[in-house]
Design a protein around this ligand. Structure first.
Ligand SMILES: *Cc1c(COP(=O)(O)O)cnc(C)c1O
Length: 416
């Protein structure tokens, strides 16, 4: 394919990419696909490649000068990974995107690209827990220091900047507790000091929040979640402007990261239907949140689209919609009661992920995952993912769960 251009990466010249002018749903449907470079077939071919042959020494030398813009070796990328990367780049209003073997891989790759021994990173206190572990273990081991900050800090982040601060990292809304950050304010402070900003944009997906539009340098995703959307592939992606591409690509290439063609194909296939899926996730989550708010067993619902969640005003200002993941704090109850509720759920599965088509529920204990702020709630917290089931069936499942919780009031037995 693309033999007329000598296997050059399509869309690598940003000015030539017509998909830039499209609206999001059009990008979702068409960006990254080049059917007429492949017999008119709608979807890109799945290239299983390690060895790539060069016909002449001249061609070999030309392509080796720009290995990331040509097919040069399986690990550097193929038209299958490019199709996925170009589609996400278009959606993120970025020039480039780099697919990674997992979301955590994308986070690690992005951080390592800009940090070296002796540097300092400002990390939101509400970061995805494995991101925190990465800072506390892997980054600390090579002499990179982390300071956690209150996600609601806004422009006051300036006070935490040290002479060796190289990266400010955001995640908005925050993991499990859903605080929405004042991203433009933080990005503006960083920009004035020449500090690189990055954000975990997994919750909003590239559809509901555009980090680069708000001054952020790198947008990171666990594509595993909404982009793949079917609970069957691990994948990450880093989106950025051209100016950061070589820094990130040479780092992650140098560390040997590479993505498999079948996984890239599935991620791109997931992406094509993301707007339809997210519209339903959004609607169902709002319906469940509204229902839960009125329940006597519930203390508080933590959902960025509900007033009362910290940063709700930034959500209204900066986001185009909300996704399917949110939390609820129950009124104090015994562990036996909680267990009775969760063990009997029929539709809500218990599992550490989200973003697939299915509903999930998980008890979360985040007290030990906060150091810059103090998390206080009297009752237990549950994190829910609203899947694509009929919301009435989901409500019935929750209602039966609350009945089990109530009937175990004395804490004698978890059995029904
Ligand atoms: C799941 C998740 C990740 C990590 O993605 P993996 O693909 O599981 O490595 C990162 N950030 C957030 C917010 C996540 O939910």
């Amino acid at each position: 394919m693309a033999s007329s251009s000598g296997g050059k990466r399509p869309g690598s010249n940003p000015g030539a990419d017509k998909s830039r002018a499209w609206r999001d749903r059009t990008k979702l449907t068409h960006a990254g696909n080049t059917p007429f470079e492949n017999h008119g077939i709608v979807n890109p071919p799945v290239y299983h490649a390690s060895t790539v042959l060069y016909e002449t020494v001249e061609e070999l030398r030309r392509k080796e000068k720009a290995p990331f813009d040509y097919v040069t070796y399986g690990r550097t990328g193929t038209p299958t990974s490019w199709a996925f990367e170009n589609a996400v780049a278009a959606l993120e209003e970025a020039d480039r995107a780099i697919a990674m073997p997992s979301g955590l891989g994308a986070i690690a790759g992005a951080l390592y690209a800009f940090l070296k021994a002796g540097d300092h990173v400002l990390m939101t206190d509400t970061a995805y827990f494995p991101t925190r572990k990465l800072c506390d273990n892997q980054l600390a081991k090579v002499g990179i220091e982390t300071t956690y900050y209150d996600p609601m800090i806004g422009a006051d982040i300036e006070k935490l900047i040290q002479p060796n601060t190289r990266v400010i990292y955001m995640e908005s809304p925050g993991s499990h507790t859903f605080e929405v950050q004042d991203v433009p304010a933080i990005a503006a402070v960083a920009k004035a000091r020449g500090i690189v900003t990055m954000i975990d944009n997994t919750w909003a997906s590239p559809l509901f929040f555009k980090p680069l539009r708000h001054g952020v340098d790198l947008s990171l995703h666990a594509a595993t979640k909404y982009i793949v959307g079917h609970s069957d592939v691990m994948m990450g992606i880093i989106a950025m402007k051209e100016e950061h591409f070589m820094t990130v690509k040479s780092q992650v290439h140098g560390m040997g990261y590479s993505v498999g063609p079948d996984d890239c194909y599935l991620a791109l296939r997931g992406l094509r239907t993301m707007s339809a899926r997210l519209a339903q996730h959004q609607q169902t989550a709002l319906r469940l949140a509204d229902w839960l708010q009125k329940r006597p067993e519930v203390e508080r619902v933590l959902h960025p689209a509900l007033s009362g969640t910290p940063g709700h005003e930034f959500f209204k200002r900066d986001f185009a919609g909300s996704s399917g993941l949110f939390s609820v704090i129950l009124k104090p109850c015994s562990d036996t009661q909680l267990t009775a509720m969760l063990d009997g759920m029929r539709l809500f599965g218990m599992g550490y992920s989200w973003g697939g088509y299915e509903s999930l529920i998980i008890p979360s204990n985040i007290a030990q995952a906060r150091t810059a702020t103090r998390w206080k709630a009297d009752g237990p917290m549950l994190r829910l993912h609203a899947g694509l089931e009929d919301p009435d069936d989901l409500i019935a499942d929750l209602e039966a769960g609350f009945a089990r919780l109530r009937s175990n009031l004395t804490g004698e037995s978890a059995a029904e």
